[in-house]
Write a protein that binds this ligand. Sequence first.
Ligand SMILES: Cc1cc2nc3c(=O)[nH]c(=O)nc-3n(C[C@H](O)[C@H](O)[C@H](O)COP(=O)(O)O)c2cc1C
Length: 217
Amino acid sequence: MKVYAINGSPRKNKNTATLLQKTLDGVKYSAKDKELETEIINLYDLNYTGCKSCFACKRLEGKSYGKCAVKDDIYEILEKLSQADGIIFGTPVYLGNITGQLQSFLERLIFPYLVYDKNYSTIAPKKMPTAFIYTMNVPEEIMEKMNYLSTFNGMESAIEHIFTKPQVMYSNDTYQFDDYSKYKADAFSEEKKAAHRKIQFPLDCEKAFEIGANLIK
Ligand SMILES: Cc1cc2nc3c(=O)[nH]c(=O)nc-3n(C[C@H](O)[C@H](O)[C@H](O)COP(=O)(O)O)c2cc1C
């Protein structure tokens, strides 16, 4: 069995990556002695674009029907993910949305499996369990007030349609810099941020672990 975490942050050891690792730890814990491999895919290490609208994935009797035909750094990764036993997506929120890198990746992952028939049916070879982790600067109240959730829901619905309904978690009020005093950041109270980091972030890590532990039933 193989479970993948897709890191949509350019940073490999900050908020999003840490929570993704905790989720994979939860997956491994719940798998106990079952043979299970996990892998983090760091999208910002890879050279690729979003969908190029070539429609090879929809061409009748075409050799790429139902698959993305674009041969770049994620070609093989998309192939591997088609047989995954679980996928966890993680992203920082950039300008109220998932990162551009993750958006481009999801276009390539999802669109080939979406059939242009009357029901927009799906031909994904496997309906694996999924999860979606968001990390962001704003506190929970502002995330709700600014309608972030309806933006996130769009992509979650697409993932549900193609694979399965994702388990979702938000990590709010994240610590952005190692040393706030070195940056122009007087919009925030470093003291409050540090306290949140100390108290809430470990709880978020526990939640991420639980999501992983519940991923594969
Ligand atoms: C380009 C950019 C745009 C951002 N936009 C938002 C935003 O719209 N809302 C928000 O709450 N946080 C925003 N943030 C903050 C990040 O989402 C937050 O710090 C996140 O936890 C960083 O994740 P990482 O540590 O895994 O990189 C932004 C950060 C950057 C670099």
